[in-house]
Design a protein around this ligand. Structure first.
Ligand SMILES: NC(=O)c1ccc[n+]([C@@H]2O[C@H](COP(=O)([O-])OP(=O)(O)OC[C@H]3O[C@@H](n4cnc5c(N)ncnc54)[C@H](OP(=O)(O)O)[C@@H]3O)[C@@H](O)[C@H]2O)c1
Length: 414
C-alpha cells in the first residue's frame, strides 16, 4: 500500500441489492469517502444504485458493465463485496488476478458476512487477499452496533475491571425469512439460517466476551454443540408459499434448509476460565420485524439489548389503510397496531460505525478490527455447529476434519 494516508477513499461496490442500499444509507454518516463505482450484472440495478449515490450526494458513481472495467478504471481504491455468497470466490479471484498483474490499483477489500460457505472457501478468500497485498475487512455489522459499542465499553471499564471478566454471552437474531430465493437454496447460500444469521450471533458474542484491545485468539474455542430444525417452512402450505413467491428453485417440500438453529460455543480465556456463547436464530419469528437480542453476563453485572424494545413506538388503528412496506423496521410484518420503530436503523444495526471504521483503516493503511481472518474464524465455528448437528454430538476443537466439510443442506445440487 503506497502513499497512505489518502485524504479520501474511493470505493466501488460489487452488488446493488438489499444490503448495498443499507450501506449507502450508512455512508451519509461516514466522512472522507466517495462512492465512485458499482458493478452488478443487470444494467437497471447498477444504474439505480448509481442514481441513488448521486441523490444522496455520496460521489460521482459510475455503473460498470464488468468487474474488470471497474477494477481497471483507476477511480476505485477499495471494493465492497456485497453480492450473494456463491459469487464471492470468483469475484475475489478476479480482483486478485487484476491486482497481481498490475492492471488495478485497488488496495483494500471489504466483504459482507459470511466470508464464505465453507472453511476451504474462506481460507482461499483470505489467501487471495493476502497474496495480492490487499488490506481486508470483514463486514460484521453487529460488532459495530451502537448498543454493542456503548454496552461493551461500559461493562468492561466499570464492571469487569473491578469484579472479573464476563463469562456468558447470549445472542439471538430472528425474522420471518429472507427476501431473495438464493438465501433459501442450501448450495447457493451455504446452508440455512445457521450460516445466514448465526454468523452474526457467534461473532458479536465472541467480541463481547473478548477484552477490549485483546486479540481474537486470546479466547480459545474448545468445543461447539449445535442443533438445527425445520419448524415452519417445511409445513406443506408454507413450502407452497415459498414456491409461489420464489419459483420452483426453492423447493422446501423436497430440499429444505433449516429455519431454526441453536448453538453453544465453549471457550477458554488465557487464565483457563471457561466462557460460554449461547446463540439462537430462526427464520420462523413473526413479530413486528427483525429482532436482535444480546446479553452479556458476568459475576456482578448484566447487559441486555432488544432491537424491538424501541423508545419510539407508533400506533395505527384499523382505520389506517396503506400498502405493505419495510419503512418502520427491517423485515416488517405489519402496518397497523403498536409498532416499534428504530429511528436510525443503519446506526443501531452497526453499518455506520462499521463503514466509518473500515474507511478510516483503509485510508490510513491500518488493520481493521474485523478482518478476513475473523471471517474465517466465524466459518470454522459455523461448520463445527453444522457437523455437531449432523452427528448429534459435541465437536471438539481443533477439528481438522472440518477443512473440507460441507453442511448436509448445502450438498444438494453440488
Ligand atoms: N450484514 C447484514 O445484516 C446483511 C443483511 C443482508 C445481506 N447480507 C449479505 O450481503 C450479501 C448480499 O445480500 P443482499 O441481501 O443484498 O442480496 P440481494 O438483495 O439478493 O442482492 C444481491 C446483489 O448482488 C448482485 N449480484 C448477483 N450476482 C452477482 C455477480 N455474480 N456479480 C456481481 N453482482 C451480483 C445482484 O444484482 P444483479 O442481479 O444486477 O447482478 C444484487 O444487486 C450476502 O452475502 C448477504 O449474506 C448481510
Amino acid at each position: 500500500m503506497k502513499n497512505l494516508p489518502k485524504q479520501r477513499l474511493r470505493i466501488g461496490f460489487v452488488g446493488s441489492g438489499f444490503i448495498a442500499d443499507f450501506h449507502l444509507k450508512s455512508m451519509l454518516g461516514v466522512r472522507n469517502v466517495d462512492v465512485t463505482g458499482v458493478y452488478s450484472r443487470k444494467a437497471a440495478n447498477r444504474q439505480r444504485f448509481a442514481d441513488n449515490v448521486a441523490k444522496l450526494g455520496l460521489g460521482d458513481c459510475k455503473a460498470y458493465d464488468s468487474l474488470e472495467a471497474m477494477l481497471h478504471s483507476g477511480e476505485v481504491d477499495a471494493v465492497w463485496i456485497v453480492s450473494p455468497n456463491y459469487t464471492r470466490l470468483d469475484i475475489m479471484r478476479t480482483i486478485h488476478a487484476e491486482v497481481t498483474a498490475g492492471r488495478s490499483a485497488v488496495f483494500a477489500i471489504a466483504c459482507e458476512k459470511p466470508l464464505a460457505r465453507t472453511i476451504a472457501e474462506a481460507r482461499e478468500m483470505l489467501k487471495l487477499a493476502e497474496d495480492a497485498r490487499l488490506n481486508h475487512g470483514y463486514l460484521e455489522n453487529q460488532v459495530f452496533a451502537t448498543p454493542v459499542l456503548r454496552g461493551k465499553e461500559i461493562i468492561w471499564r466499570r464492571a469487569a475491571s473491578t469484579t472479573g471478566r464476563p463469562y456468558l454471552a447470549r445472542a439471538a437474531e430472528e425474522h420471518s425469512g429472507p427476501h431473495e430465493p438464493w438465501f433459501w437454496q442450501g448450495d447457493k447460500q451455504g446452508g440455512g439460517v445457521l450460516s445466514d444469521m448465526m454468523c452474526h450471533s457467534v461473532e458479536v458474542a465472541r467480541h463481547l466476551l473478548t477484552a477490549p484491545g485483546a486479540p481474537r485468539n486470546s479466547l480459545r474455542i474448545k468445543s461447539v454443540n449445535g442443533t438445527v430444525a425445520n419448524l415452519k417452512w417445511t409445513r406443506p402450505s408454507y413450502a407452497d408459499q415459498l414456491r409461489k413467491r420464489f419459483g420452483a428453485e426453492v423447493d422446501y417440500r423436497n430440499r429444505p434448509s433449516e429455519d431454526f438453529a441453536r448453538g453453544t460455543v465453549t471457550l477458554e480465556d488465557e487464565d483457563g476460565n471457561e466462557l460460554m456463547i449461547e446463540a439462537t436464530t430462526s427464520w420462523a419469528y413473526v413479530g413486528a420485524g427483525l429482532r436482535i437480542q444480546l446479553e452479556l453476563l458476568g459475576p456482578e453485572y448484566a447487559m441486555e439489548f432488544n432491537s424491538l424494545g424501541t423508545g419510539l413506538k407508533i400506533f395505527m388503528s384499523r382505520a389506517v389503510q396503506g400498502a405493505e412496506g419495510e419503512d418502520l423496521v427491517e423485515k416488517q410484518n405489519a402496518e397497523q397496531g403498536l409498532m416499534p420503530v428504530l429511528e436510525d436503523e443503519a446506526g443501531v444495526y452497526g453499518y455506520t460505525d462499521e463503514n466509518r471504521h473500515m474507511v478510516e483503516c483503509f485510508r490510513k493503511g491500518e488493520k481493521p478490527m474485523e478482518t478476513f481472518e475473523d471471517g474465517l474464524g466465524v466459518v470454522e465455528m459455523l461448520m463445527g455447529l453444522y457437523r455437531s448437528a449432523e452427528l448429534g454430538e459435541t465437536v471438539h476443537f481443533p477439528a481438522p476434519e472440518l477443512e473440507n466439510y460441507v453442511p448436509v443442506v448445502a450438498r444438494h445440487g453440488a
